[in-house]
Design a protein around this ligand. Structure first.
Ligand code: OFO
Length: 167
């Protein structure tokens, strides 16, 4: 593995932990807003992002490299409605998709075939991440900002359970 590739993977590990941190902060904010379903959704997202970081972390270990963990930024969580929050999620995931594509380009340029194969999983996962956020935004728009519609969407978000880990 070249030092450029190693740096790029370390950077992505940090980005995934940063995502986890942001979603955990959002979960706390939703608890505060008494939206326990959305808080649950965010807490599971925190777990997923941690798993994304660990998949790259373990990839480095398997290839005999020591991962280097960087400092995380304190998440700035500022939203007044669930719709606003999930629009921020979508924007964040679009940003992460770009990072994943950039990492894939590094893997191609450095002829790192093992990393290229691993990155296929992340590329697919980002399609799912954006699709999920868009679907929730659509439901929230239909539901409106308060009342029964919002209650039902929150209840649905509360049904989210951790995914089975796929290899
Ligand atoms: Fe790791 O997919 Fe979201 O950020």
């Amino acid at each position: 593995m070249t030092s450029r590739t190693l740096d790029a993977v370390n950077k992505q590990i940090q980005a995934e932990f940063q995502s986890a941190y942001i979603y955990l902060a959002m979960s706390g904010r939703f608890e505060d807003m008494k939206m326990s379903g959305a808080a649950n959704w965010m807490r599971i997202q925190w777990q997923e992002e941690t798993a994304h970081a660990m998949k790259l972390f373990d990839h480095l270990i398997r290839r005999g490299q020591a991962p280097v963990l960087e400092t995380l930024d304190a998440p700035t969580v500022s939203f007044e409605s669930a719709l606003d929050a999930f629009e921020q999620v979508l924007a964040h995931e679009q940003h992460v998709t770009k990072l994943i594509h950039e990492l894939y380009e590094v893997a191609i340029e450095e002829k790192d075939y093992a990393l290229q194969t691993l990155m296929h999983w992340y590329i697919d996962e980002q399609v799912e991440e954006e699709e999920n956020a868009e679907a929730i935004i659509d439901s929230l728009r239909l539901a409106g900002e308060s009342g029964q519609g919002l209650f039902l969407v929150d209840r649905e978000l509360g049904q989210r359970a951790p995914e089975e880990e796929e290899e």
